[in-house]
Ligand binder design. Sequence first.
Ligand code: URA
Length: 189
Amino acid sequence: MNFKTLTELHNFYDEASKCDLKKTATQAVFGAGNPESKIVFIGEAPGKKEDELGVPFVGAAGKFLDEMLAEIKMNRSDIYITNTVKYRPTENRDPTDEEKEACKEWLYEELNFIKPKLIVFLGRHAMNTFFPVEKISEVHGKILSKKFLNLDTQNFFALYHPAAALYNGGMRETLMKDFKKIPLFFARQ
Ligand code: URA
């Protein structure tokens, strides 16, 4: 589809969405940030605060993400950030395969509108949408290169989800270490 703006794209998919979560969510949480960015981060699904405000990563995980971005001299206006599933799963449970599938075309179109050089997965739900058999414990911190038929971007980078790492010292340290590799990818371009 040919959308003139990201807002047009989001409104189209929100109206057309058949995702069951739409019935219980306050609103869709659209991706946010710089649509011209060379880097797109993909999370899992909106939480309570995101559902209330309609903005991704505004809760505790988002605060931690901002700290990591600052470590690599970046902020939200340098990146674009979105979620695998655009509606909040009830009780903050994991999104189901059906829910992820229901938002998949929306996500692909969003990515093809931006055409980033690098797509960063925040957690296994985002990663498994593209790489269904890989394990995040094995591929985190590594560039995954693959050409998908319907996607312009070919380089991916998997990270642990900031919410999972927030209160886990070891995982937090690993996530920060992996995060600091992001500028190396762009230095090599
Ligand atoms: N966690 C996510 O994966 N996405 C959000 O928007 C917030 C928390």
